[in-house]
Design a protein around this ligand. Structure first.
Ligand SMILES: [Mg+2]
Length: 236
């Protein structure tokens, strides 16, 4: 399966356009058709902050594998408890009325927590409330790692694998030297910055100033032309 290039894609903002309600996000049919052609010929992985169970029904094609929870969850491997998150879970449970009033949605994905504020009436105020609440867990010796995304704050165990770990694991499984990875957000940057020079890395979206990726694409709507080129070069 892994004799050709490994193609790896983030989901939200990379294959699926960012939408007002995260539950509405899907890979557009036009992209799913092209991804299916590529996935039939070479290993194609999805590496997302979503849980595996959440993302698989949004793809519209069957990839080789899916990695969820920002790199910590492998498809087919049962989730183990993440006790490092328990103190933050308790904190958030106690602050639930305040978070709800601020328009913050809490998502517990087992191996990570997400505080979404895209739907808040005042997103900046919601973000400040989240930051103030999590401040006690921000120090360097914390059991958790807190990192932002697009209108979301994520909390993961400090020692959980990130997307860069996940990519290295996939490359080892595949035994390939040719690697492509596309992502659009802060949690994709460790892949870009840690990539060996022969990897092709792509930051998607208009807000990638200062990215460590080698290449940039204006947005997911430009992905179809890129996939067409991959299909053409692969003679698929
Ligand atoms: Mg993304």
């Amino acid at each position: 399966m892994c004799q050709r290039a490994l193609l790896a894609f983030d989901f939200d903002g990379t294959l699926a356009p960012i939408v007002a309600h995260a539950d509405d996000a899907r890979v557009p049919d036009a992209l799913a058709r092209r991804l299916a052609v590529l996935a039939a010929a070479q290993p194609l992985a999805i590496i997302t902050g979503r849980s595996v169970a959440d993302v698989v029904g949004r793809l519209g094609f069957r990839p080789w594998t899916v990695v969820g929870n920002h790199g910590a969850e492998q498809a087919g491997v049962p989730l183990r408890p993440a006790p490092a998150l328990d103190a933050v879970r308790s904190l958030l449970a106690g602050a639930a009325p305040m978070l709800t009033a601020a328009g913050v949605g809490l998502e517990d994905k087992g191996l990570s927590l997400a505080l979404h504020y895209r739907e808040a009436a005042d997103p900046e105020a919601a973000r400040r409330a989240i930051d103030a609440l999590l401040q006690p867990h921000q120090d360097a010796g914390s059991a958790v790692r807190i990192f932002g995304g697009k209108m979301v704050v994520n909390v993961a165990p400090a020692d959980a694998p990130d997307k860069a770990h996940a990519m290295r694991r996939l490359v080892e499984r595949c035994g390939v030297g040719a690697v492509f990875f596309a992502g659009d957000d802060a949690n994709d940057e460790p892949v870009f910055s840690g990539a060996p020079p022969q990897w092709v890395t792509l930051r998607v979206g208009p807000d990638g100033h200062g990215t460590a990726a080698r290449f940039a694409l204006p947005g997911p709507e430009d992905m179809a032309a890129l996939l067409d080129e991959m299909i053409r070069l692969g003679d698929l």
